[in-house]
Design a binder for this molecule. Structure first.
Ligand code: 5AD
Length: 329
């Protein structure tokens, strides 16, 4: 091919890709092949334009404010044995802890004083303990009537979700982790099913929770097709919040020698999600910041609008050891 012809072809390709971003912005959708291209193209200028467009839409739809949440990692006791997770049941050498109701309230108080009126109570999956949190949620609601109370406690009986809602919780984060049932099975022990996870997410929505979904990016065995399935699943369910972060291996887990996910793919997905779900609240996560210095700011520039600051007491936060090198400890 002559130089001029080659140049002409490149120019046409560039024009075509720029059009894809405009179409995604205007219609909130693209065919699978175009999504694959946005996720995989080596064209750095395309990636830059995608992130800039997402930031522009974020500013227009959500405004310039970055929303701050207070993350309270209330317990690392978990009944599950997810293959990727540093607080999985069978990982030894993790000192287990649960905050007392008083400690949880003190964390909320500290956040409130800092002007952070959204408390995110996150912990390992533990249905008995979650039931015990009903009265804690009620106390938080009494003390901070205007606060938003977000829970992230895994899969629980529907009655527990209802009791927590009735006690005053407003929001619930339950990542689906992957929309491909076979991939889900490869990340989780036998007995955990994607279908159960999705029933919980649908029930949370039905109960009136603002509901969050999300996945790890680059978890072992994940393909670009899986990520596209994730986007399609979220289009179908319509989450209010979307949390994603790169997979980061943790020692003492079955995936300890697997490579980490890509920060760049995570950023492109943040941008794509902002264009597909303009109204959603999307955090720039700690996992992203762990892999990429300045990742929270970079995530905001790619379309995220939420930061979660850790309010877990200093004595315990190192024990909430989800992945290697977790910042904010
Ligand atoms: N790397 C990245 N994210 C992880 N999580 C758990 N383990 C890891 C890991 N090794 C994420 C999961 C979970 C959330 C609380 O933390 O997506 O839903």
């Amino acid at each position: 091919m002559t130089g001029a012809l080659h140049f002409d072809k490149l120019r046409k390709m560039r024009k075509f890709r720029v059009k894809m971003i405009e179409t995604l912005k205007n219609t909130r959708n693209l065919p699978d092949s175009a999504l694959r291209e946005l996720l995989e193209s080596p064209d750095a200028a395309l990636s830059g334009r995608l992130k800039d467009t997402a930031r522009e839409v974020c500013l227009k739809v959500k405004g310039p404010e970055v929303l701050v949440r207070a993350l309270i990692e209330w317990s690392n006791v978990c009944r599950n044995d997810c293959l990727y997770c540093g607080i999985r049941r069978s990982r030894s050498g993790v000192p287990r802890y649960s905050l007392t109701p008083e400690q949880i309230l003190q964390c909320c108080e500290a956040a409130w004083k800092d002007g952070v009126p959204t408390f995110v109570l996150q912990g390992g999956e533990n249905p008995a303990a979650a039931l015990g949190l009903v009265s804690v949620v009620r106390s938080i609601r009494e003390r901070f009537p205007s606060a938003a109370i977000t829970l992230s406690l895994g899969e629980l009986p529907f009655e527990t979700y209802a009791a927590l809602k009735e006690a005053g919780a407003n929001r619930y984060l339950l990542r689906h982790e992957t929309a491909n049932p076979d991939h889900y099975a490869s990340l989780h022990p036998a007995g955990m099913r994607l279908s159960s996870r999705l029933s919980c997410i649908r029930e949370l929505k039905r109960l009136g929770y603002e509901t969050g979904m999300g996945m790890m990016v680059g978890s072992p065995g994940q393909t670009t097709e899986d990520l596209i399935l994730d986007l399609r699943l979220m289009q179908e369910i319509g989450p209010h919040m979307i949390g994603i972060g790169p997979f980061i291996p943790q020692s003492g887990t079955p995936f300890e020698n697997c490579p980490a996910g890509s920060a760049e793919t995570t950023l492109r997905l943040l941008a794509i999600m902002r264009l597909m779900f303009p109204e959603a609240n999307i955090p720039a996560t700690t996992a992203l910041a762990t892999l990429l210095p300045g990742g929270k700011e970079i995530g905001i520039r790619a379309g995220a609008n939420v930061i979660m600051n850790v309010y877990t007491p200093f004595t315990e936060r190192r024990k909430y050891d989800l992945y290697k090198g977790k910042t904010d400890v």
